[in-house]
Structures are given as C-alpha cells and as structure tokens.
Write a protein that binds this ligand. Structure first.
Ligand code: GDP
Length: 366
C-alpha cells in the first residue's frame, strides 16, 4: 500500500520518522511521503523528515502544553496550510493517508482528529489514523485527553489503528526511556502491514496469487472503527512442510501476546500475512492458521496472503479490523472516564476548597 504519513505532535513526528526509516532500510518504498506537523518548534528540529510549524500566530512555536482543545482549534485555523504542504506529496499513486499521533498529549491529541476530517474532505483515498494510547502509568490528563481524542478520531477516520504504549514495552523499560524501542517495534509491525501489498514478483515475473494485495489490507480496515496489529516470528526450516507448526504458533503468538492492543481479539475482519521465503511458506500451515484466526476472532471475513521476503525467518503479521467491542478498549475508556471524573472533582475542589471534605467521615469542629 503506497502511503503518505503525517505525524502530528511529538509522538506523531517520531513514529512517522521511524516508519519512514524502516521502510527505506527495507527498500519497500511503501512510504511515499512523510511530514511532521507540530505547534512546538523544538519538537520538529531534530526530525529528519519534512516539517511544518502551525499555530505560530497564537502560540509562537511554544506548543500547547497538554491543551488538546487549543491544538484542535489551531489545526482548524491552519488546516489549509497543512493541506497545501501535503498536496504535492499526496499524488495519484497514493493509496492511503495515515495521520499518526500520540492521543494522550496536546498537539497530536487535538490536531490529529481535525486533520483527519480535513483530509477526508479533499482526498478520495482512505484516511486512517495511527494512534498511540498512553501507558496506564501516565497521569489522568493523558488518559482523559486520549479518551476524548479517540472518541473523535474513530468517528472521523476510515479506521483507527491503535497501539497501546503498554503493549510492546519490555518489562524493564520505563515510560519514556523505552520510546525508541517501542517506536522501532511499531515501525516494523505497521511497516510490514503497509509494505505487504507492495511485493512484486521476482525479476518482474507475475506476482503469485497467494501474495497479499493492498486491497486486502484496505478491505480488512473497511469495517472502520478500531484496528490492531499483531506480529511474531520464528526461525524457518528450509522446507515448507517443516514449517507448518511454525506458521501456526507464530500466528497464535501474534494474536495472544503480540497485539498492539492486547486482548483485543474479537474482530469484524482479519488479515493474516505470512512473511518469509516463498518456498518456505507452507500452504497447509497458512490455511490452518487462517481457520484458527476465524475461530479466535469470531470473524467470517478472514483474509490471508504471503509476503515474499528474503529471510531465514518466517513471520506472522495479523491485522484485525473492527475490534472496538473488545474488553481492552472498554478498559481503556473506563480508565479515561474515571480520570475525567477525578479531574472534574479536582477542579471543583479548586474552586470550592470546602468541597474536598464533602466525602470525608470527619465532622467539623463547629
Ligand atoms: P504532543 O506533542 O502535544 O502531541 O504530545 P506527545 O506526542 O508527547 O504525546 C504524549 C503521548 O504520547 C503520551 O501518552 C506519551 O506516552 C506518548 N509518546 C510521546 N512520545 C512518544 C514516542 O516517541 N513513542 C510512543 N510510542 N509514544 C510516545
């Protein structure tokens, strides 16, 4: 799938960069353009991709702090500028646009849903969001911002691919110090999904029928709502027949422990991509894994295909569409609602200091 990436905010810019770099390293050429947009000048400075500063007249390059409502209004005001900057990059060959953002911050959280809406107004290709959910260890403001942003972006985008910042964090990573590692993992997983349909036949020969096509990625995301991606790999034996159980176990691992949104396994649609040397990928194994995926996701629309790659490993990449009814999404939304209530209470306490004692089992002195 030939895509144009727009990173909004700090996380958006870094993740878009990581995706563009992975795509270039692998020589896939699925990423046809990448732009980082921010209200904070400092966050754009170190990025190697093209950048655009917005909201300058109002925040003077200093960012919005955690104010995602301000970010939404700045994006609204400067939308034409962003669309103009993108128009040269979104050429006729682009098959989708991805707006990338951390949903818990300010600029990305507020700016991404507005930009998605504007891009959909002027472009015919699907506009997807790639959103990062805050770790459960992050504070209430991040949870509330992410909840509000998610609600809006899911409504506006053709689909929202979610990555939970707790999903791929190593046990010893702290929030923050682990970002580069998370971003690399994210880039590999999402980057493989983007590139899956870009495989061409060796030496210009026809692409075998078993190779996954971009339209299958788009069909899987057509369910709209929230999508998740899973990944796992294993060493491949030289003969396809010997890899049947490896395909099965990597598929299972991709879904059970490798999902970007853990436990979000109830899906409307799914795509299983088996990546590796074509003559090492067992048809029987892929079929079996696909049937397992049907049962596990409860979806009748499970597509499958190969992604020919020269590697001594075999990988399962699973894309799930329409996972919004999953328990994990509900858990996050409950966390966001709870944080919103807490923040409201805190604000009330601030305006009325006595209210802090309302629920206490303490009697006043008089
Ligand atoms: P903004 O610049 O105002 O949009 O704010 P950020 O992009 O810093 O958004 C903050 C949210 O994104 C928090 O929930 C962080 O955990 C997350 N975040 C910040 N930087 C990164 C990053 O490089 N990678 C990932 N995966 N998440 C990040």
């Amino acid at each position: 799938m030939k895509v144009v990436l727009v990173g909004v905010g700090q996380a958006g810019g870094k993740v878009a960069t990581a995706l563009a770099e992975f795509d270039a390293e692998m020589g896939f050429d699925a990423v046809r353009g990448a732009l980082a947009v921010n209200t904070a000048e400092a966050d754009l400075r170190s990025l190697p991709i093209d950048t655009l500063l917005i909201g300058q007249s109002r925040v003077n390059g200093h960012g919005v702090g955690g104010d995602n409502e301000l970010a939404a209004s700045l994006m609204d005001e400067d939308a034409t500028e962003v669309l103009d900057a993108l128009s040269g990059r979104i050429t006729a060959e682009a098959e989708a646009i991805f707006v990338v953002a951390g949903l818990g911050g300010g600029t990305g959280s507020g700016g991404a849903p507005v930009l998605v809406r504007e891009l959909r107004r002027v472009h015919d290709v699907p506009v997807y969001a790639l959103g990062v959910l805050p770790s459960r260890e992050e504070g209430a403001l991040y949870q509330v911002n992410a909840g509000r942003s998610l609600k809006t972006v899911v409504r506006e985008a053709d689909a929202t691919l979610l990555v939970d910042n707790d999903a791929w964090r190593a046990a010893d990573d702290s929030v923050g110090s682990g970002y580069d590692r998370i971003n690399r993992k994210l880039a590999r997983r999402v980057g493989l999904v983007l590139a899956a349909g870009e495989a061409t036949g060796e030496d210009g020969r026809d692409v075998p029928e078993s190779v996954v096509d971009t339209s299958e990625v788009i069909q899987t995301l057509r369910a709209g709502g929230i999508a998740a991606v899973g990944y796992a790999s294993a060493t491949a034996a030289p003969e396809a027949e010997e890899n049947i159980s490896a395909v099965m176990s990597t598929t299972r691992k991709a879904v059970m422990t490798g999902l970007s949104l853990p436990e979000a396994t109830e899906a409307d649609a799914a795509l299983l991509v088996a990546a590796g040397e074509p003559d090492r990928i067992p048809r029987k194994g892929v079929e079996r894994a696909r049937r397992w995926l049907e049962e596990e996701t409860g979806s009748a629309a499970v597509r499958g295909g190969d992604f020919p790659l020269s590697s001594d490993r075999i990988a399962a990449i699973v894309l799930l569409g329409g996972v919004e009814r999953s328990a994990r999404v509900e858990t996050f939304l409950e966390r966001a609602r709870e944080a919103a209530r807490e923040t409201d209470e805190l604000e009330q306490e601030r305006s009325d200091p006595a209210a802090a004692f309302d629920n206490e089992d303490l009697d006043g002195l008089f």
